[in-house]
Design a protein around this ligand. Structure first.
Ligand SMILES: O=C(O)CCC(=O)C(=O)O
Ligand SMILES: [Fe+2]
Length: 253
């Protein structure tokens, strides 16, 4: 059996035998009213370690530095280094397999309260993000697809930023995003994260950002997933296409 097959078996066994009904029920409740839930219990340590090692390797192989902003999100800053889906799919082994694990999708669906599907638009399936320079941030935005699972590989202590903030129950009008209006109208939840954490977010109806980092590094992989409704919708991809574009075509703010 290959290493990847052994890890997938670990993942499936863990999901079948080591995830309690209680932790699923608690995450489902949080997800439904906070727009996000921590779900570190869904994945065994062996898989977290392998994913973290692959993220670190891929960041050394081929990443692109970004400093961009988009009118569709009121020019919120996006300052980061990324490895895109194309390079992850080409050079990664474990990440592409974990992403499409049917058992993982079932676990996520239990928490989401509805089916969770791989993203039909490949560039938005997964991306690695590294915030490493002072002021690096993934500023306020919504995602095109309904769900994201973020795996936290490394994060600075809370005093140095890198935590997630989110505003559930909000929707994205791409031609008039009104980010500041949304922020003053709704409560903002701030979430401290640690290496080894995973969280599930309802990213199309939860405005979210990563608080700027200072004196430290924050590495994550974001896996994007679609709702059943997404599969039959016409979705545009301006900000994500801009974010993950070839460097020559990146529109610098
Ligand atoms: O880094 C995070 O925790 C969130 C990332 C994110 O929102 C995104 O990649 O769209
Ligand atoms: Fe996002």
């Amino acid at each position: 059996m290959s290493d990847v097959d052994a890890l997938l078996l670990d993942l499936e066994t863990h999901l079948a035998t080591s995830v309690s009904e209680d932790s699923i029920a608690r995450a489902r409740r949080n997800f439904s009213y906070l727009g996000h839930a921590k779900i570190p219990f869904l994945v065994p340590d062996s898989v977290k370690k392998a994913v973290a090692a692959e993220v670190n390797e891929l960041l050394d192989v081929g990443s692109v530095r970004r400093d961009v902003s988009f009118k569709e999100t009121d020019f919120s800053p996006r300052r980061m280094r990324n490895v895109r889906r194309k390079e992850i799919a080409e050079f990664g082994t474990i990440i592409p397999e974990v992403y499409k694990s049917a058992k993982l999708l079932q676990g996520l669906a239990q928490i989401a309260g509805e089916p969770v599907h791989p993203c039909p638009y490949e560039p938005e399936q997964y991306v690695i993000t590294c915030l490493e320079k002072d002021g690096d941030t993934h500023g306020w935005h919504w995602d095109d697809y309904s769900f994201a699972v973020v795996w936290v590989i490394e994060t600075p202590p809370i005093a140095d930023g890198g935590f997630v903030q989110c505003v559930p129950g909000t929707t994205w009008n791409k031609s008039d995003p009104q980010i500041n209006r949304t922020l003053v109208k709704h409560p903002i939840y701030s979430v401290e994260l640690f290496a080894g954490d995973l969280y599930l977010m309802r990213t199309d109806t939860t405005l979210h950002r990563v608080y700027p980092v200072a004196n430290g590094t924050r590495k994550i992989i974001n896996m994007g997933y679609a709702s059943t409704q997404n599969l039959t919708m016409e979705l545009s991809h301006e900000t994500m296409d801009g974010l993950w574009a070839e460097p020559e075509t990146v529109e610098v703010s």
